[in-house]
Design a protein around this ligand. Sequence first.
Ligand code: C2E
Ligand code: MG
Ligand code: MG
Ligand code: MG
Length: 288
Amino acid sequence: NADTAMYRAKSSGRNNFQFYTKEMNATSGERLSLESDLWHALKNDELFLVYQPQIDLRDGTVIGMEALIRWQHPKRGLIAPMDFIPMAECNGLIIPIGIWVLETACRHNLQLQKEGLPPIRVAINLSARQLSDRNFVESVQSVIEAIGLDPHYLELEVTESMVMHNVEDVVVTLNDLNKMGIQLSLDDFGTGFSSLAYLKRFPIDRLKIDQSFIFNCDSDPGDAIIAQTIIALAHGLKIKVIAEGVEKSEHLSFLKKNGCDEGQGYFISRPLTFDDLRMFLLTGKNPH
Ligand code: C2E
Ligand code: MG
Ligand code: MG
Ligand code: MG
């Protein structure tokens, strides 16, 4: 399984798959204990979400937020998604974790609305295994109904590589979600193995320009033209475009000048805990 191999290669801290070594042995032991810890993380409340604000580049208002998962491990401290989501993909825990993410993000978003804040959308990241799960559409439907969030304020992020596998089934799933009123975005756009022909077939609302094209968009002509082309492509297809990885004011000016609709990144705001996000939206003061 390619995911497993990639996960092993990543967790061994190398780019290639390595033969068995003493060092590797320790690493796989560690991996086993982290894996069994993850089974308990959910019920022990060790997982939490941070939210990164997304702004409308025309006027700077916050129009959305992306939920990003974190694991506060009792012994190892804070663990980033890249260090446990691939593992959860492999062992199937991503299914209950994904439902927890969906429930938590919808509940938090509804809470902001109930406090009288202007409604914004919340985006959550999906993994391939969730999208191919037979019960996925049904479980999304029952979560949003149970929580009572208007589906227009929920966005699901998928990547090119996720949708290129099994295109026929994915089109059906994405159409079902789209009919429910949920927004769909294509994350890390431009980095995957993509076929532009599919863009016409998927009911996508938004392209997310991958951060790797944004980091040097103000200095590297190649990155600049790629970013400009993705903006033109999205607008030609009548969909929105958002840039991720906006780290400097130069990035922001480039994107505004080139008509990008929305942006997110450290220059705008770091991902915030729910309480910090709430205070930021209520007072306009960013705690970072
Ligand atoms: P992503 O969805 O592409 O998320 C963007 C990543 O870039 C996040 O890393 C975010 O914290 C980081 N970031 C945001 N602004 C900036 C910036 O200005 N500069 C730089 N250098 N980085 C920035 P994070 O939180 O570590 O998440 C990494 C990836 O893990 C995400 O990439 C997403 O693919 C995955 N992920 C996160 N949460 C979940 C989840 O709940 N479920 C699933 N399946 N995957 C998740
Ligand atoms: Mg994302
Ligand atoms: Mg991304
Ligand atoms: Mg990603």
